[in-house]
Write a protein that binds this ligand. Structure first.
Ligand SMILES: [Zn+2]
Length: 126
């Protein structure tokens, strides 16, 4: 039976394990501990630890075709976290039923409603 694993001091094993958790590759770890890249790969293999893949720089010439679609954004008034809005300054749009009912938290900018809900209230569908 091979005892190569025992040749690794606990200190080194612990350090390598931590560096793997930190997301370092075998190549990078080999600069941190007195072990070669292949020794680290072998150790990880024996421990059944999956090493992170070698990170390729983003500058590498990779052709990625991405279908750019314009996302549909329903614009809501941002709610200020510093100064909470007083009652009736917020949109009167109700969500839910009975006890779970709650008002929309957006600022009422169009009468009793926020911009988005004002549109839903007044735009005649058809
Ligand atoms: Zn609203």
């Amino acid at each position: 039976m091979r005892t190569a694993e025992n040749a690794w001091p606990l200190e080194i094993s612990m350090k390598v394990q931590q560096l793997i958790i930190n997301g370092m590759t075998a190549e990078q770890i080999s600069h941190e501990v007195p072990k070669s890249r292949s020794a680290i790969l072998g150790w990880a293999w024996r421990k059944k630890i999956t090493l992170p893949r070698v990170k390729k720089p983003f500058t590498e010439n990779v052709q990625v075709k991405v279908a750019i679609t314009q996302p549909v954004i329903i614009k809501n008034e941002p709610v200020s976290q510093q100064e909470p809005l007083k009652a009736f300054q917020t949109c009167q749009w109700l969500f839910g039923e009975a006890r779970n009912r709650h008002f929309c938290t957006n600022k009422a900018t169009h009468g009793s409603w926020c911009e988005g809900h004002h549109r839903q209230v007044y735009v005649v569908k058809g």
